[in-house]
Design a protein around this ligand. Structure first.
Ligand SMILES: N[C@@H](CCC(=O)N[C@@H](CS)C(=O)NCC(=O)O)C(=O)O
Length: 209
């Protein structure tokens, strides 16, 4: 199977980390979602990453839907319980981290695509406030040693790829004191083999504005 997307995309990287964690072999299409948009659009109908091209040619899009498929393959090793309150907890923590990422990315895109005089200060303030609220809520709900308790889950993966993206791109609402627990969780996870195997290379970066 082929994972389409570069690892500076936190949602692409979270699929890669799960693939490594599950020991599922894959190759990569590392063309840029911006520089090679037309080529990516021929694979992924919304011209978004990640996409996963299965061995029979079927194309899966959207990180959560892709992970649903990979979790089925992983069985009991899946990074989420099959059912029950702990499954809901993992899904909610993951949704909080992914929702925070969406607001951070909205700020990054607004600043990338619009010159300063065309940016909406109202929109930017709203997104920054939502991103800060997401980080605050994640911090409040964080368990130990992992985000949802004793085991590594998809929530830890999403939080870690989010923190990496913020530190690389837009860290103005990430507080070293208020969000210290999230940062320290991310540091711990980044040292694990599956995260190291999916570390972004130097060439994998959205063009700087
Ligand atoms: N909900 C989607 C979000 C996908 C997404 O936003 N991907 C970004 C990269 S992180 C992208 O393709 N951006 C380019 C665009 O939307 O035009 C997922 O989890 O896969």
């Amino acid at each position: 199977m082929i994972l389409v997307g570069q690892y500076d995309s936190p949602v692409t990287r979270r699929v890669a980390i799960a693939l490594h964690h599950y020991g599922i072999p894959f190759t990569r299409d590392t063309r840029s979602i911006f520089g090679d948009a037309a080529a990516i659009g021929r694979i992924s109908p919304l011209t978004r990453i990640p996409a996963l091209v299965l061995d029979d040619g079927e194309v899966l899009i959207d990180s959560a839907s892709i992970l649903d498929h990979l979790d089925e393959q992983a069985g009991d090793a899946a990074l989420i319980p099959r059912s029950g309150p702990q499954r809901r907890r993992v899904l909610q923590m993951t949704a909080l981290a992914q929702g925070t990422l969406e607001k951070v990315a909205a700020v990054v895109y607004e600043r990338h695509f619009h010159p300063p005089e065309h940016r909406s200060a109202v929109w930017l303030d709203r997104c920054l406030g939502q991103a800060r609220a997401g980080l605050d809520e994640l911090t409040k709900r964080l368990a130990t040693p992992y985000a949802c308790g004793a085991a590594l889950t998809h929530a830890d993966v999403m939080i870690t790829t989010l923190i990496w993206y913020m530190q690389d791109r837009m860290d103005e609402v990430l507080s070293p004191s208020a969000h210290a627990a999230l940062i320290s969780l991310a540091e711990h996870c980044e040292a694990l083999p599956s995260f190291r195997a999916a570390a972004p290379s130097d060439f994998e970066a959205m063009p700087r504005s």
